[in-house]
Design a protein around this ligand. Structure first.
Ligand code: U2F
Length: 453
C-alpha cells in the first residue's frame, strides 16, 4: 500500500569527509522545501553536522533534523596529519554507527523510514533499504567518469590483465574513455587495494545497480555517451547538477575583500589558487607556485589552508601584498564568476571543476588522489578546458609554462571558449526546461513516494 506523504520519513546518510556532506544537504534542502509534510533525518558526525548546518536557521532547515553519529576514532586518537586516517576508522565503524542513530530517529519521530538517500559510497544501504522495504537513492558527489570506472572495476581488471597497472595503456574498451589511460584511474582500482576505503568503493560498484535511482552532481551534456552507458547499468540515472546552479548554497562571507579587490584588476588577469578542503601540497611545490607567481608578476588570490607566513617563502607575503591576496577560506564561486579571473589552479576536486565550468574559467590541474587524476585527464584530453603538469609536480619553470599556455596562448583562448560552451550547457540543464530540473522533480517524487516506477 502507498502510505500518505505525511507518514514519509527520509533518512539521509552523509559521508562526513571532504566536500560530500554539504552538497548532499543542499540537495535535500531543495527536496524538503518542496515536500513540507515529509520528515527528513540527516545523519553525519558531530563535527560534520556542526559545519554543514552552521548558519542555517529554523526557517531554512524546515523539516530536516540533524542526528550525530559516532566517528569510530579510538579513544585518545592523535591525528598523524594524514587526512585518510580518520576516514579508515570511520569506514570500519559503518554501518553500525548509522543504525544506532537511525533507530533513535525512528523512535523520536514515530515514523518508519520510507526512503534512504545516501552518499553513493554506502553500499550497505542496498540491504538496509530492502530490509526496511524502503527506496534507496544514492548520490555520487563526483563526476561521471570515475563513477563508470568504479562500477566497471572487474571489467577493467580483466582487460588490463594480470600484470597490474600499465600506466600508459588506453582504456579504449570503456565507453567514453577514449584518450584516457590506466594511470589516470583512481588508485587502488586496477590493483584492487584492500584498505577499507578501496573495499568500500568496490562494494559500492556492486550495490549501485540495486538502487531505485542514482543521483549525480552533474548535467547530462557533460558526457552524453557516459551518461547513456550509466543508464544501462542503473535502474535510473538522475543528473541533478551542477548543484551550484540547482540547489541552495550556503553563503561564504567575503571577509578579506576578495571581490572589491578583483574589481580593481584587469580582465582575465588574475590567477585563483585552491586545493579544496583536504589537500595541502608539499612544501617544495608551494614554494614553486609562489616563486612562479612572483617572477611572472601574476596578480593572484590564494585560498591557503595552512599558515602562509610559515609555509610560503620568506618575505613573499610582504613583497606581493599589492598584487596578491592570501586568504583562509575564499568565496570561491563568486571569485570564479568575476571577469578579472583568468585561470584556476586546482587539485581537480569535482566541486571545483564544476565551479570553474560555471565560472567559465580554464584550469591548471595538479591531482593528488581518488577521482582527481581522471578529472584532470578528462578536462585536458576530452573537454580541452585545462592542462595538467609535466610529471604532475609544480616546479617554478613548469608553473610558468602552464600559466603562459592558459593565460597568453591561442590554446588558452580555445580552452576558455570551450569552458564557456560547457557553461552554457550547464545553465541550460539547470534552467526551467532543462534535464537537471526535470530529474530533480523525479528525485523529489521518489522521496515523497509519488514516483512509481
Ligand atoms: C573531495 O573534494 P574537496 O573537498 O577536496 O574539493 P572539491 O570537490 O573541489 O570541493 C571544494 C569545495 O569547497 C569550496 C569550493 C568547492 O565547493 O567552492 N571552497 C570554497 O568555497 N572556498 C575555498 O577557499 C576553497 C574551497 C575529494 F577530495 C575530491 O577528489 C572529490 O572530487 C570531491 C567530491 O566527491 O570531494
Amino acid at each position: 500500500a502507498v502510505c500518505p506523504t505525511d507518514d514519509r520519513h527520509v533518512a539521509v546518510l552523509a559521508f562526513p569527509y571532504g566536500t560530500h556532506a554539504a552538497p548532499l544537504l543542499n540537495l535535500v534542502r531543495r527536496a524538503a522545501a518542496e515536500a513540507p509534510e515529509v520528515t527528513f533525518s540527516f545523519f553525519s558526525t558531530k563535527r560534520s553536522n556542526a559545519s554543514v548546518f552552521a548558519g542555517l536557521n529554523e526557517e531554512q532547515l524546515l523539516n530536516i533534523r540533524p542526528y550525530d553519529i559516532e566517528d569510530g576514532l579510538p579513544e585518545g586518537f592523535v591525528p598523524s596529519g594524514n587526512p585518510q586516517d580518520p576516514v579508515a576508522y570511520f569506514v570500519k565503524a559503518m554501518p553500525a554507527n548509522y543504525r544506532t542513530a537511525m533507530n533513535e530517529a525512528v523512535e523520536k519521530t514515530g515514523r518508519q523510514i520510507t526512503c534512504l538517500v545516501s552518499d553513493a559510497f554506502f553500499w550497505f544501504c542496498a540491504d538496509m533499504a530492502e530490509e526496511m522495504h524502503a527506496k534507496w537513492v544514492p548520490l555520487w558527489t563526483a563526476g561521471p567518469h570515475p563513477l563508470l570506472a568504479h562500477i566497471s572495476s572487474q571489467q577493467i581488471r580483466e582487460k588490463l590483465g594480470p600484470d597490474g597497472v600499465r600506466e600508459n595503456k588506453e582504456i579504449d574498451f570503456l565507453t567514453g574513455f577514449n584518450g584516457l589511460k590506466a594511470g589516470d584511474l583512481p588508485e587502488g582500482l586496477v590493483e584492487m587495494a584492500e584498505d577499507p576505503f578501496s573495499m568500500m568503493l568496490e562494494k559500492m560498484g556492486e550495490a549501485l545497480p540495486r538502487a531505485t535511482a542514482v543521483a549525480i552532481n552533474s548535467f547530462s551534456a557533460v558526457h552524453i555517451r557516459i551518461g547513456q552507458e550509466l543508464e544501462t547499468r542503473f535502474q535510473m540515472l538522475l543528473n541533478v547538477g551542477p548543484f551550484i546552479l540547482t540547489t541552495p548554497q550556503s553563503v561564504t562571507l567575503d571577509d578579506e575583500g576578495c571581490l572589491p579587490w578583483l574589481n580593481s584588476q584587469e580582465d582575465k588577469s588574475v590567477v585563483y589558487i585552491s586545493f579544496g578542503s583536504v589537500i595541502m601540497p608539499p612544501p617544495d611545490e608551494l614554494t614553486a607556485i609562489a616563486d612562479a607567481l612572483e617572477e611572472g608578476k601574476y596578480p593572484f588570490i590564494w585560498a591557503f589552508r595552512g599558515n602562509p607566513e610559515k609555509q610560503l617563502p620568506d618575505g613573499f607575503m610582504e613583497r606581493t601584498k599589492t598584487h596578491g591576496k592570501v586568504v583562509g577560506w575564499a568565496p570561491q564561486m563568486q571569485i570564479l564568476k568575476h571577469s578579472a579571473v583568468g585561470v584556476c589552479i586546482t587539485h581537480g576536486g569535482w566541486n571545483s571543476v564544476l565551479d570553474c565550468i560555471v565560472g567559465g574559467v580554464p584550469m591548471i590541474c595538479r591531482p593528488f588522489f581518488g577521482d582527481q587524476s581522471l578529472n584532470t585527464a578528462t578536462l585536458e584530453h576530452v573537454w580541452e578546458i585545462g592542462v595538467g603538469l609535466e610529471d604532475n609536480v609544480f616546479t617554478k619553470e613548469e608553473t610558468l609554462r602552464v600559466l603562459e599556455i592558459v593565460m597568453s596562448s591561442e590554446k588558452g583562448m580555445m580552452m576558455r571558449e570551450k569552458v564557456l560552451e560547457l557553461k552554457d550547457l550547464a545553465m541550460e540543464a539547470a534552467g526551467p526546461e532543462g534535464d537537471s530540473t526535470k530529474n530533480f522533480c523525479t528525485f523529489a517524487d521518489i522521496l515523497s513516494g509519488l514516483h512509481h516506477g
